[in-house]
Design a protein around this ligand. Structure first.
Ligand SMILES: CCCCCCCCCCCCC[C@@H](O)CC(=O)SCCNC(=O)CCNC(=O)[C@H](O)C(C)(C)COP(=O)(O)OP(=O)(O)OC[C@H]1O[C@@H](n2cnc3c(N)ncnc32)[C@H](O)[C@@H]1OP(=O)(O)O
Length: 359
């Protein structure tokens, strides 16, 4: 009959440490599923040589685990799925009897935060000493070089459009709205078509963005650019083109330089703040402008029957493409919700230095 070993624990915001008192542990098996960790091994524990095992249901879900066994003990490090401080280790309120704090690694929340701050300060001091020095070995790697060039190309494209539109707005005022498409569309086509690379980057694990928001963003914009604006000549002279292009360019003027600096390991605080804040007004505004574009295109699709879907002869007519635009509007708002939720989480992760208090 397996026995339970003594287990000592401590936590940080991103992980949990478990130290299992088993000497000469063999046949170690550790599995993590959602918030449950199962451990089994043979070894010399509190009750001598025996089989030992336990299950721990953590307070919140965890991701991965790594373990290292020495002659004296087994150490497990478990990554929390969400960064944060847990008020206790286990889901059940009563602490299991085999579990005790590991005072060698124990830190209170405030001390753990201090540890993070000290680490960050050390990193910043290092960066301040050589603010723009490049991490040469990282930089010359193929992946970094490729990402840097990709981001640079996008940055140049969007800067050109943003500056061009701004200058034309200053010189021609509202009149500049009407020929935005003719002056910008080639560069916008190029940048947006190129952005399909971003889906590939995620799929191949080159960058660690989630696939959903990336696909939503790339497909959403390309659909809009090529189908709603591109295929309808009547849309080309609509002022809405200006607003959509201006908002897209505005955000990318911040996002791509942020990624470029990331490639050379430079964290320029004002730019990081802008990258994780400017979407708050720009995203809803962008989606509202796109919505205006979709609404304007509906009667045009109805009239021109462009892309209309042929129906069986018995029914006799064709279904206007605009029928697909109504569900598309709903998809746009669902996409907006998920992308904003994702960006909000990114913002919390990258900018938050606030104390998270235990309940
Ligand atoms: C028939 C077709 C149907 C299609 C239906 C789909 C409809 C969906 C509609 C959705 C609505 C879209 C509306 C939109 O078009 C309107 C606008 O754009 S308005 C303007 C405002 N827009 C924005 O603010 C959004 C800008 N976009 C983004 O932020 C990203 O595209 C997004 C995927 C949403 C989020 O970005 P990400 O997850 O990448 O966040 P991070 O920036 O924090 O990056 C995460 C880590 O990955 C590294 N990374 C990512 N990309 C790169 C890169 N190119 N180069 C280098 N590194 C990169 C980044 O550095 C982070 O790494 P770490 O965490 O280690 O720092």
């Amino acid at each position: 009959m397996p026995l339970t070993p003594l287990v000592y624990w401590a936590q940080r915001h991103e992980e949990v440490y478990l130290r299992i008192e088993l000497t000469d542990a063999r046949n170690i098996s550790i599995h993590v599923h959602e918030n449950v960790l199962h451990f089994a091994a043979q070894g010399n524990g509190a009750k001598g040589q025996n089989e030992y095992e336990f299950n721990l249901a953590f307070l919140l879900p965890v991701k991965t685990k790594v373990h290292k066994s020495t002659q004296r003990q087994v150490n497990i490090t478990v990554k929390k799925e969400q960064w944060g401080w847990w008020e206790r280790l286990t889901l059940q309120e009563r602490r299991p009897v085999f579990l005790s704090p590991d005072f060698d690694r124990w830190l209170e929340e405030s001390d753990a935060e201090m540890e993070i701050r000290e680490k960050e300060e050390r990193k910043n001091r290092l960066k301040a000493a050589r603010p723009f020095s490049l991490n040469i070995s990282g930089f010359i790697s193929l992946k970094t070089g490729y990402l840097f060039v990709y981001n640079l190309v996008q940055f140049l494209g969007y800067s050109w459009m943003f500056i061009n539109m701004t200058v034309r707005l200053v010189i021609f005022g509202k009149d500049s709205f009407y020929d935005t498409f003719h002056t910008m569309s080639d560069v916008m086509y190029f940048c947006q078509a190129l952005s399909f690379v971003e889906i590939l980057n995620v799929a191949l694990g080159i960058v660690h963005s989630p696939i959903g928001p990336t696909v939503g963003q790339v497909l959403g914009r390309n659909f809009f650019l090529f189908i709603i604006f591109g295929s309808l000549e009547q849309m080309h002279r609509q002022p809405v083109v200006f607003f959509v292009f201006y908002l897209w360019s505005f955000i990318e003027l911040v996002r791509y330089p942020f990624y470029m600096l990331g490639c050379i390991n430079v964290d320029w605080k004002p730019l990081t703040w802008l990258r994780y804040s400017i979407w708050i007004p720009l995203y809803p505004l962008g989606v509202l402008s796109e919505l205006a574009g979709v609404i304007q295109s509906i009667p045009i699709f109805d009239e021109t029957r462009l892309f209309s879907i042929p129906l069986p002869e018995a029914i006799g007519t064709s279904l206007s493409f605009s029928c697909l635009l109504y569900p598309y509007v709903a998809v746009m708002f669902v996409g907006l919700y998920f992308n904003m939720r994702h960006l909000y989480k990114q913002r919390q992760k990258r900018l938050s230095t606030k104390k998270r208090k235990a309940n």
